[in-house]
Unconditional design. Structure first.
Length: 149
């Protein structure tokens, strides 16, 4: 009978040790290192989103990855009347949500007709998040899209 009690606690200890190991060795789930600071500025984020919505601009992102990892990203921006918006500066990031250290900065080239293009090399296929920021002297507009490449 005493061995059953010892065996019970041994099983509980082994299970807890396995849970601790998996908790410490897998993805932390932390999206950003400064989440607390971003939370403090959440009202500013909401105000920026309201200013962006008031512009009435619409954007799309298309991305295609070749077999060798070369990826073509095309971001299109249109005004509230559907006319293309040219002459803005477009920058961005492509983020791998499940693997840290794979993020890349992107600089887009203007193609005209509201189209902005960037070409990057992605080392891994899978799910990515493309973030684009358009900016001119008076406005800024951002869009984020998850893509499978």
């Amino acid at each position: 009978m005493p061995w059953l009690i010892v065996a019970f606690f041994a099983v509980v200890f082994a299970a807890n040790a396995a849970f601790v190991y998996f908790a410490l060795s897998t993805h932390s789930g932390l999206e950003t290192a400064d989440a607390y600071d971003q939370g403090l500025h959440y009202d500013e984020t909401l105000a920026a989103a309201a200013r962006q919505a008031a512009l009435g601009w619409r954007a799309t992102i298309e991305a295609r990855r070749d077999a060798d990892g070369e990826t073509d990203i095309v971001a299109t921006l249109r005004g509230p009347d559907g006319q293309p918006l040219d002459g803005l500066t477009a920058v961005g990031r492509i983020v791998r949500p499940i693997r840290q250290g794979s993020d890349l900065s992107i600089t887009f080239q203007r193609e005209g007709n509201g189209r902005y293009r960037a070409r990057v090399h992605l080392a891994f296929p899978g799910q990515w998040e493309v973030r684009v920021l358009w900016r001119d002297e008076a406005h800024s507009f951002r869009i984020t899209k998850r893509v499978i490449l």
